[in-house]
Design a protein around this ligand. Sequence first.
Ligand code: CA
Length: 265
Amino acid sequence: MSSTIVSSRAGWFASREVQTAERDLSRRDNAEGALPCHVFVVEDENEICELLRYNLVREGYRVTCINRGDEALRRVKEESPDLIVLDLLLPGVDGMEVCRALKEQPASRQIPIIMLTAKNAEADIVAGLELGADDYIVKPFSPRVVVARIRAVLRRAAARRAEESGPVLRIHDLVIHPGRHEVWLGGEPLELTPTEFRVLCFLARRPGWVYSRAQIAEAVHGGEQVVTDRAVDVQIAGLRKKLGRYAEYVETVRGVGYRFRSTSG
Ligand code: CA
């Protein structure tokens, strides 16, 4: 397989990252092979679309290229793909808005989204993840890295689906319903962002267990992307605010990380 680097814009992927992804990729090639998943590539630059199509089809994926944000929204409804690679600067509706709209609707909320963009400011990354994007790749990129990320995200999505079919968690009048992506507090629904919801589920599933910020980021977003400790702290702060009288259940363990208070004493 070639490891062409798309260099339509300045900069190169760090070679270490490429190597790690390639090692990852070959391990998975040996372990499981490619699944026949349907991937939407939403990107207005034809050259990038075709490069991704070429590489993904070769890996056994079915690929649909879409050049506009509004068309993407319409076709996701009709075709319900397994994963979306989403450019941010798009004609019609921009990528952030497409992501927001898809994550708001129960029918499309579970479809993983990998944002693909020339923007690389941390603020954009955090904003994308806040909206529920599953990963974030900055252009220019190596197609092999994109393929490896897609596999990783699909595998996490499958693991999450299995987890989220798990039992409802109840702590007094706080009820977490993983399968329905809902949290209720005293009979009232809580409006959590997708990321806050995942953090809460991750911690509450094992009360009393302490997790580092890196472990939380890994569980919620996967390990291959830039999620700073600070971004995890921001998620926890937002979550506590919304949990109201249950805020103190999300405990800070100084020098280590966070845990959900054990309810069994
Ligand atoms: Ca674009």
